[in-house]
Design a protein around this ligand. Structure first.
Ligand SMILES: [Zn+2]
Length: 225
């Protein structure tokens, strides 16, 4: 519910921004279709950058680790975020919408694509061996994103993309060294389902274990393709 309310607020903001002709894109007077394509790509790059910050900055990791605490990954995990993370992300996205001058249509299509990609990449799906690597050339697949939910920090600090897989390849966070069926999900601090139930989920950012700084290493790229 919070996700949809925050998207609605950003939609109104994009409408205001477009009417007031704010932002970078308003200066280029792009063809509407090209404006949408640029918006989807730019907002996906920003989503990648925000996600990277959530893993790099200890204060942000406090909130994002709630998302990583899920012990059983499926499509519902893509909607399982702490309220603190949702609010921080909305603030950063609002800034991006205003600075870039994203139109309501561009924003709406970007949100729909991102939501669909999130449901897909978290989904409990094992794609055919001849299809998955081809699809992964363009978009984030479950085999790629599930590694991001590994309990091992060197693995869950990789594969940070939301829609397009290219950002991870470009910025050195791409890793496919673990088979999909060998990944152990969650966080070592919360090994049991009762550790991550709804009551404890909202307390995760304030847990003393949060003093731990997330980036301790990086999985080397390569391995399974
Ligand atoms: Zn993450």
């Amino acid at each position: 519910m919070t996700y949809f309310l925050s998207s609605l607020v950003l939609l109104f903001l994009s409408s205001y921004v477009t009417t007031a002709e704010w932002g970078l894109l308003s200066h280029f007077h792009l063809d509407p279709v090209f404006h949408i394509i640029v918006s989807v790509i730019a907002l996906d790059l920003i989503a990648y950058s925000i996600h990277r910050l959530y893993h790099r900055v200890p204060f942000l990791w406090r909130f994002h680790r709630a998302h990583h605490s899920d012990l059983d990954i499926d499509a519902t995990t893509s909607l399982r975020f702490h309220l603190g993370e949702v609010l921080i992300t909305v603030g950063i996205k609002a800034l991006a919408v205003a600075l870039l001058g994203i139109s309501p249509v561009g924003f709406l299509i970007s949100e729909t694509v991102t939501l669909g990609a999130g449901l897909f990449s978290h989904g409990n799906v094992k794609l055919p061996k001849n299809l998955e690597p081809r699809l992964r050339l363009a978009i984030v697949t479950p085999a790629m994103h599930w590694i991001h939910h590994s309990c091992r920090p060197a693995e869950h600090n990789t594969n940070l993309g939301a829609v397009f897989s290219g950002w991870d390849r470009l910025f050195g966070t791409y890793f496919m060294g673990v088979q999909q069926n060998q990944i152990k999900f969650g966080l070592d601090e919360y090994p049991a389902p009762e550790d991550v139930n709804i009551f404890r989920f909202y307390r995760i950012p304030f847990d003393p274990a949060c003093r731990w700084i997330p980036i301790k290493g990086h999985a080397s790229s390569g391995g399974v393709t």
